[in-house]
Design a protein around this ligand. Structure first.
Ligand code: ATP
Ligand code: MG
Length: 276
């Protein structure tokens, strides 16, 4: 892990807002910028990166006990979804799932990376907590959609990262599905989920708004085809992800210059008393 310069957690309090879409396209955009980039899918119960990357049936090779990440779109990738049957529900209890998730980091040959983008599961459950407590996360990128309901759930995720035992810096917010644009009317914007909910949340919570991604059919279609929109040249949403990647790199640089390096918070499993 010491060969990985920056660990970026893509998170949200709410399901279905586009974490996996943002994580995959962001990783691809960072790779296009020339950064050595990895993408790890920690959504143990609902892994979607293998589908997004069109790698559902490809099992990673092993080097002894270590997994070798797959490579596609210039990005190294690992997901629990590569090791389990798609139709088989994962019925692991929390600790088992958390162990499997940690193996994706500790038992894998990631090599030297500038960025390892982490696609997190929705919410603030076991997996999310294990992740933030055991890994030296550089910072979190929070994903929301503009509706008030999504924004309310996102506040929970922000508060988790900001807890004093966790203290992972929030690098910024990205608003996904900011407006709907029909393919045939590319200049039209329909604010079907309300306008600027993300911008207002960012301002109220002192978080930089790093990007707004429109809702367009091509994003869903290209996800389903295993070729995320960032692989298309000059598509407006692909360009929006390029901008997001640039804004994220700036936010990371700023964080690395103004704050001391992240320290991993470890909770001593043998501690008996209550400590602060
Ligand atoms: N900007 C967009 N335009 C159109 N469709 C989108 C956009 N972003 C995401 N989607 C679609 O919305 C659905 C949910 O996206 P995604 O799986 O990335 O969300 P998620 O937050 O990772 O969900 P989960 O909480 O289940 O992990 C997917 O079908 C995806 O293709
Ligand atoms: Mg997801």
């Amino acid at each position: 892990m010491e060969n990985i310069k920056n660990l970026i957690a893509v998170a949200s309090g709410k399901g279905g807002v586009g974490k996996s879409t943002v994580a995959a396209n962001l990783a691809m955009a960072l790779a296009k910028e020339g950064f050595a980039t990895g993408l790890v899918d920690t959504d143990i119960y609902g892994p979607s990166i293998p589908t997004l990357f069109g790698c559902e049936n490809v099992q990673p090779e092993m080097d002894g006990e270590k997994m070798i990440p797959l490579q596609k779109f210039g990005v190294k990738m690992l997901s629990i979804g590569l090791f389990v049957n798609e139709d088989q529900p994962l019925v692991w209890r929390g600790p088992m799932a958390a162990n499997a998730m940690m193996q994706l980091f500790n038992d894998a040959l990631w090599g030297e990376l500038d960025y390892l983008v982490i696609d997190m599961p929705p919410g603030t459950g076991d997996i999310a907590l294990t992740l933030v407590q055991n890994l030296p996360i550089t910072g979190a990128l929070i994903v929301t959609t503009p509706q008030q309901l999504a924004v309310t759930d996102v506040r929970r995720a922000v508060n988790m990262f900001r807890q004093k035992e966790i203290k992972v810096p929030i690098l910024g917010l990205v608003e996904n599905m900011s407006w709907f644009t029909p393919e045939e009317l590319p200049n039209n914007k329909y604010y079907i989920f309300g306008k600027n909910g993300g911008e207002k949340f960012a301002k109220d919570n002192n978080i930089p708004l790093l990007g707004q991604i429109p809702m367009v059919q091509a994003v869903g279609d290209s996800n389903d085809q295993g070729t995320p929109v960032a692989s298309l040249q000059n598509h407006p949403v692909s360009l929006a992800f390029d901008e997001l990647a640039k804004a994220l790199v700036q936010a990371v640089d700023l964080r690395n210059t103004v704050l001391p390096p992240t320290q991993t918070v470890r909770i001593d499993p043998n501690a008996k008393g209550c400590s602060h």
